[in-house]
Ligand binder design. Structure first.
Ligand code: SAH
Length: 281
């Protein structure tokens, strides 16, 4: 650790270990100190497509191995990645497995960790900021708000076969959760929005779609359940995208802090129409 790193008893990445670490949604400033500590010690970093390239610069001496599944590069099979981690650890490397967001949120980190443990490789897990929370925060959307929701549901728009998960009970989700955050939902947006409308949600319900959230390419589309598919096509927006359904999206009208940084005043300081100061009882 150099002088600028906070003092403390930081864990040591030992040879033969794998640390499975979240890199956050994009902005390198959203790394944790444990992640930075890991980057500074690793011999090899195996990273996914959604890990921002700037983050790897924190590990200039380490070997960088791409294990992503998109971006036009050849895709690595999940089992191959896990076994590669086992091999690297057994060869005495200090291995950092870096994944976008949080490794245990729709990231297959649980599977990789399980394979490592089954092969007797010691691990440490370093959580990260997940796109469904941190990405939406950068879009000015709080995933819970006292006036909106007492629960939030995170769902994936893809299952193992690449289809909209048939195991998801959209009726139940729709009923139970006023705010729904959807990962990997772009491909099946038409089915997902139709399922929610069929389950009783209004076609006028607000939806936000944040692409490349927290990066300098962040774009946020505000639409509705009824219009989402057409608006996505019209704007030609590309994944990665995090989709938020529910009244929480309206809070962006007051909390779009990035636009405010750029000089645009809030559109509406009381978007939920409470007509009272936010903190009053
Ligand atoms: N483990 C990750 C999720 C991996 S699944 C996490 O915790 O964030 C990949 C999906 O995450 C993408 O399809 C997209 O839905 C979402 N995602 C990840 N990074 C994102 C970003 N910067 N902006 C928008 N969505 C993102």
């Amino acid at each position: 650790m150099n002088d600028s790193f906070p003092e403390g008893d930081w864990p040591k990445l030992e040879p033969g270990w794998v640390w499975l670490c979240g890199a956050g949604p994009g902005d390198p400033g959203l790394l944790t100190l444990h992640a930075l500590n890991a980057l500074r010690q690793a011999d090899v970093v195996i990273y996914d497509a959604l890990v921002a390239p700037e983050i790897l610069q924190w590990a200039p001496e380490a070997e960088h191995i791409y294990a992503g599944k998109r971006g036009g590069k050849p895709s690595a099979k999940q089992r191959d990645i896990s076994l590669h981690l086992v091999d690297l650890a057994r060869s005495g490397k200090r291995v950092l497995r870096l994944k976008g967001g949080d490794p245990f949120v729709f990231g297959r980190g649980g599977e990789e960790a399980q394979t490592l443990v089954q092969h007797g490789v010691p691990i440490r897990i370093i959580p990260g900021i997940s796109a469904g929370i941190g990405g939406l925060a950068y879009a000015g959307i709080p995933v819970t708000h006292r006036d909106v929701n007492q629960s939030v549901t995170f769902v994936t728009g893809h299952d193992q076969s690449g289809q909209t998960p048939s195991s998801l009970d959209w009726q139940a989700i729709s009923k139970a959760s006023k705010v729904i955050v959807i990962y990997m939902g772009m491909k099946h947006i038409a089915q997902i929005t139709a399922a929610l409308i069929a389950a009783g949600r209004s076609a006028d319900e607000p939806v936000a779609i944040a692409t490349s959230a927290t990066t300098n390419k962040q774009h946020v589309l505000e639409t509705t359940l009824g219009r989402a598919e057409a608006d996505i096509a019209a704007e030609g927006i590309e994944p990665p995208a995090i989709i938020c359904v529910g009244q929480a999206v309206l809070m962006r009208q007051v909390l779009d802090w990035q636009s405010q940084l750029a000089g645009t005043p809030p559109r509406n300081t009381d978007p939920l129409g409470r007509g009272r100061p936010a903190e009053s009882a």
